[in-house]
Each structure stands twice: as C-alpha cells, then as structure tokens.
Design a protein around this ligand. Structure first.
Ligand SMILES: Nc1ncnc2c1ncn2[C@@H]1O[C@H](COP(=O)(O)OP(=O)(O)OP(=O)(O)O)[C@@H](O)[C@H]1O
Ligand SMILES: [Mg+2]
Length: 280
C-alpha cells in the first residue's frame, strides 16, 4: 500500500474535524473525496500532505510514518503536489514563472525553464507561456496550477476542489488532464470535489461525513461507461430494437435491408454484455 492513514484524528478545540480515519490508497490510484461542507475533506488533505499535524494517529507513505520525517518542507516540495480551488498563482508572474517557483533551490535555472515549458505544453498552454493569470481564463489558470503541482515529479498530488470555479466542460478538461498524467506517470491523485461528474472520473469515491468515512464506491471502468453511453444513444437504440431509423446505419454495414448484419449482431452482443457488467 502506497499511502495509509491509521486512526487519523484532528481536533480543533471542541471540533473533531477528522475522526479516527483509517484509509489505504494504492500507488497510482486516482481517488476522489466527496462530502458535505465541514465534513473534514480539506483537513484530511492537509494531514496527508503534512501541511498540518494530526492530534493523534499517523499517515504512512510507502510505509514511512510522516511524524518520523525530519525535513517536512523537503518532503512536501519533492514528493507532494498541491492544487487548490483558488489556485494561488502569483498575479504579477507569467504562467511560466509561476510553474518554475516550486523548482527553486532544487534544479538549475536552465532546467527549471525547460521543465516548466514542457509541462505547460502538456497541459495545453504552450502558447500562453508569457501570460499573467489575469490574461488567462479560469480553466487555463487551473491548468497552470496543475502544471505547477507536477513540476517536481511528485508521487502524490492532493487537489482541493480544483474545478470548484469552473464550468462543467472546463471541469471535465481539467480532471481528464489529471487522469491522463496519473496514468502516464503513475502518480497517485486524491481529489476533493463537490461535483459528482468530476468525482465519477476517479477510480474510487470516498464519502466523508462528520469527519469519518461514511462509505466508499468503486467507479466503473471508463470503457464500460463509454459502452453504456453508446447503448443509450440513438445508435444503440437501433441495435437493441433491431430496427433502423437512420439510413446511415446501412452505410456503416450494421444493417442490411433492415436486418442486423453479422457485425451488427456482434456489436449488439457487446452492448448487452456491458449492461450485465454494470450490474456487478
Ligand atoms: N484551523 C481550524 N480551526 C478551527 N476549526 C477548523 C479549522 N479548520 C477546519 N476547522 C473545522 O473543522 C471542520 C472540518 O473542516 P474542513 O475544512 O476540513 O471541511 P471541508 O469538508 O473541507 O468543508 P468544505 O466543503 O466547506 O471545504 C469544520 O467544522 C471546520 O469549521
Ligand atoms: Mg474544504
């Protein structure tokens, strides 16, 4: 197990923000956390990211207790990337300069620049390197924040409502970008969100309530989701009903003279299989 919390508890005066949470997350896993306001989501992230210390309990990364780490600043800057709702970009610096900041003191100037440019290209901002935050859209700013979180090649990215201020299309773009990076680099992501559509892009959703985990939900594979969407489309309806309503289906070779072809039958059987996978 890459990350483990053991009876993790955080008390603020009378308030128990996090109550004895024991949670395991695999390396490379993409997890989302949902829960009502005040349920302890941000507090949990700050404890995992060593931005704050627990009242009791422990966080283990690769089996090592965080409480045993001598140089917490080095742990944070080298191992963890943070993305927050109010992205915290520095207004008078360009996108490029903002992304370079976390590398100061760790890599040389030339390499800083090269890495920042590479990452800004990865997040689709290769043409916006010298724009300041006020010259960028909300989604672009959030993508700069994602790039900034990734520059030191962290093993873990903690994102607190990274799509909180974005419209649904841009939210999807930002979350898909994070998923792509997680898959390519094997980076573990923990993403707090209020948006069920964003949460569903994770492999697992953890629900918090009153500082504890109320339930967890494994999310279906994306491919199955795609097939289910196809089943619910006009295309799927014609297959399932074995009835052509769009002549283009004949051009595609799915139907011939109004009857399903062999290929059509094969497609139909896959759509039907997806339905049974869904019920698992
Ligand atoms: N520094 C603090 N001092 C005192 N109480 C705090 C502090 N930080 C959080 N709390 C309290 O702990 C509880 C959990 O807060 P937290 O910020 O973790 O919630 P959240 O789930 O992130 O909520 P939201 O969805 O509104 O961001 C809340 O009752 C909050 O008031
Ligand atoms: Mg919060």
């Amino acid at each position: 197990m890459f990350l483990q919390t053991e009876n993790l508890t955080k008390q603020f005066g009378e308030v128990q923000a996090v109550k004895s949470i024991s949670l395991g997350i695999e390396g490379g896993e993409f997890v989302s956390i949902m829960g009502p306001s005040g349920s302890g989501k941000t507090t949990l992230l700050t404890l995992i990211g060593a931005l704050d210390t627990p009242t009791s309990g422990e966080v283990f990364i690769d089996g090592e207790p965080l409480s045993g780490i001598k140089d917490v600043d080095a742990f944070r800057s080298r191992k963890v990337g943070f993305v927050f709702q109010f992205h915290n970009l520095i207004g008078y610096l360009t996108a490029l300069e903002n992304v370079e900041i976390p590398m100061h003191g760790l890599v040389s100037g030339a390499e800083r620049r090269a890495r920042a440019i590479d990452l800004l290209k990865v997040v689709g901002l290769g043409e916006r390197l010298h724009h300041t935050p006020s010259q960028l859209s909300g989604g672009e700013r959030q993508r700069v924040a994602v790039a900034r979180a990734l520059v030191n090649d962290p093993v873990l990215v903690l994102a607190d409502e990274p799509t909180g201020e974005l419209d649904s299309t841009t939210s999807m773009e930002v979350i898909q970008l994070m998923k792509k990076i997680s898959k390519e680099k094997g980076t573990t992501f923990i993403v707090v969100t209020h948006d069920p559509e964003v949460a569903k892009k994770a492999e697992r959703i953890i629900f918090l309530k009153d500082g504890t985990i109320s339930r967890q939900e494994a999310v279906k594979s994306e491919s199955v989701e795609d097939i289910l969407a196809l089943r619910n489309s006009a295309f799927g309806a014609q297959l399932i009903n074995r009835k052509v309503t769009d002549p283009y289906m004949e051009n595609l070779g799915v139907f011939k003279k109004g009857t399903l072809t062999k290929e059509g039958e094969a497609l139909l059987s896959i759509l039907e299989k997806a339905e049974s996978v869904e019920r698992d």
